[in-house]
Design a protein around this ligand. Structure first.
Ligand SMILES: [Zn+2]
Length: 248
C-alpha cells in the first residue's frame, strides 16, 4: 500500500451526488431500511457512484492499482469503486467523493461491510502507509508502535497477507534478488577497476542497473511498497546509490 493523493471531485458527483443521496434516503424511508430495498431498485439508485467519470478519476489517482493490495486489477479483472465507510451502514456517504476508493474485486469483497468508522483501517488517501506496514520476506507486517493495531486490522480485513499476494510478490522477489546479485558483481568490478576509464565505464553500468531497479519502486508499478521495503534494506543498493551520488 502506498500513499495516494485524491484528485478533485468529478463533475458528475458535484452535479448529482446530493440528488442521488436524497433518492437513496427516500427509498430507505419507504422500505424501512437499506437492506429491505429490492435489489433491482438498489442497483438503479446506486449506479451513479461507479459512473465512468468517478472510476477514471480514482483509477488515475492510484495508477491503475488497487488502493489496498497494489495489484493491477486490469490484469485479471477491473478496478471497482469501493466505499471506505460501507454504503450498507452509511448510505448517506454512498456518493461522497472522500468515501470512494479504487479497489480490486478481492479487497473489495473481503473488506465488504467492515465498519471502518467503529474499527478504523488505513486509508491510503488519508494516512501514510509506510508508517504502518513493513515487509518480512513475502509477508506484510504491522510496524510495532502506536499504529500497530490499525495496521494489523487492515491486513486482516483486506486479506493483505495471503497466497493471492504472496505469489506475485514471490515473482518480484526473484527479480529483486537477481538485481541485488548483479549489483554485487557490478560493485566488485567497480572496486577492481585499475584505470579511470574502466572506473567510469563501471559507474555507468551501475547507474543503468539502478535505473532498471528503480522502475520497480515507481508509484505506477504493482506492489511498489514491497519493492521499496526490500531496497531500503538492501546494502548493495545503498552502496551503489552512495557511489553514484559522490560521482555527480
Ligand atoms: Zn486489492
Amino acid at each position: 500500500m502506498i500513499k495516494l493523493n485524491r484528485p478533485p471531485e468529478p463533475q458528475v458527483l458535484i452535479d448529482n451526488g446530493s440528488v442521488w443521496r436524497d433518492s437513496l434516503a427516500a427509498a430507505i424511508a419507504r422500505y424501512g431500511s437499506y437492506k429491505l430495498i429490492p435489489e433491482e431498485e438498489k442497483r438503479r439508485l446506486l449506479v451513479g457512484y461507479h459512473h465512468d467519470e468517478v472510476k477514471i478519476a480514482l483509477t488515475k489517482s492510484s495508477n491503475g492499482k488497487c488502493a489496498f493490495c497494489e495489484c493491477i486489477p486490469s490484469e485479471g479483472g477491473y478496478v471497482q469503486v469501493e466505499h471506505f465507510s460501507p454504503k450498507s451502514l452509511y448510505p448517506q456517504r454512498a456518493f461522497e467523493w472522500e468515501n470512494l476508493l479504487p479497489a480490486c474485486a478481492q479487497c473489495n469483497s473481503l473488506k465488504s461491510n467492515h465498519d471502518t468508522e467503529i474499527e478504523p483501517i488505513v486509508n491510503p488517501y488519508e494516512q501514510i502507509p509506510s508508517q504502518y506496514f513493513e515487509y518480512d520476506l513475502l509477508s506484510i507486517k504491522p510496524i510495532v508502535g502506536q499504529n500497530f493495531e490499525i495496521a494489523q486490522r487492515t491486513i486482516e480485513v483486506c486479506g493483505l497477507d495471503s497466497l493471492r499476494v504472496w505469489k506475485p510478490r514471490s515473482e518480484i522477489l526473484v527479480e529483486l534478488i537477481g538485481f541485488r546479485n548483479s549489483l554485487q558483481i557490478g560493485l566488485a568490478k567497480y572496486y577492481s577497476a585499475d584505470t579511470e576509464r574502466k572506473k567510469a565505464a563501471r559507474i555507468r553500468s551501475l547507474k543503468d542497473a539502478i535505473l532498471t531497479i528503480e522502475t520497480l519502486i515507481a508509484a505506477s508499478s504493482k506492489y511498489s511498497a514491497f519493492c521499496e521495503n526490500f531496497l531500503s534494506k538492501c546494502m548493495e543498493y545503498k552502496e551503489v546509490k552512495k557511489i553514484i551520488s559522490t560521482e555527480i
